[in-house]
Design a binder for this molecule. Structure first.
Ligand code: FMN
Length: 191
């Protein structure tokens, strides 16, 4: 079994990456393979509304030179998906929004590609807007027939500078519990 995490922060290896890797640790302890894809390494553009993917049902985007299709293919092959973003202006980053906008239309054309995948969203925030950002990621996954995993609180952890999230003990414990719950559900579905 494999879980792929997408870090929507333009800051590579920052707080959001710490959160995803914390969930990964729990998954790996249960023998689940993990891979992190950081959007900071790419310049993924927004959807250009050509509707080519929708009408052709190609399962990929016509913009093939910016890393979107590479990232999308990793998600297609995964049993579980973690989407992570810092809060930017009370929502997800523009990098993550560009990614889910494009993925949404590809998946609207070729339905069922994410059906029954296990999904979780995690958010790093300085102070406000985490629940809106979490909702944005949940709305995407829910509308693609995925099973969403919860934890003991909503999946948000507080910190501004890199590493500050580790001081939010309740938030980090919630991430560990999230990883355990995700492993549990993956095991139930795939054994
Ligand atoms: C452009 C920008 C907008 C931000 N907007 C918010 C916000 O609305 N609410 C908030 O709590 N934090 C906001 N932040 C702070 C980040 O969410 C916070 O520093 C987070 O830990 C960064 O995670 P990262 O290290 O993964 O990038 C913003 C940061 C930037 C750079």
């Amino acid at each position: 079994m494999k879980v792929v995490g997408i870090n929507g922060s333009p800051r590579q290896d920052g707080n959001t990456a710490i959160l995803i890797r914390t969930v990964f640790q729990e998954l790996e302890q249960q023998g689940i393979e993990t891979e992190l894809f950081q959007l900071a390494e790419k310049s993924i553009r927004g959807c250009n509304a050509c509707w080519n993917c929708f009408h052709s049902q190609s399962g990929c985007c016509v913009i093939d030179d910016d890393g979107f299709n590479e990232c999308f293919a990793k998600l297609l092959a995964a049993d579980g998906i973690i989407l992570g973003s810092p809060v930017y202006s009370a929502d997800v980053t523009s990098q993550m929004k560009a990614f889910i906008d494009r993925a949404s239309i590809v998946l609207a054309g070729k339905k069922g590609l994410f059906r029954h995948k296990v999904g979780a969203a995690v958010i790093a925030a300085r102070r406000g807007g985490a629940i809106s950002a979490l909702d944005t990621l949940h709305h995407f996954m829910h509308s693609k027939e995925m099973f969403l995993v919860g934890s003991t609180y909503w999946n948000m952890v507080y910190g501004r500078e890199i590493g500050e999230v580790e001081r939010d003990q309740e938030g980090m414990q919630n991430m560990k519990n999230l990883g355990q719950n995700m492993a549990w559900l993956l095991e139930k579905i795939h054994r």
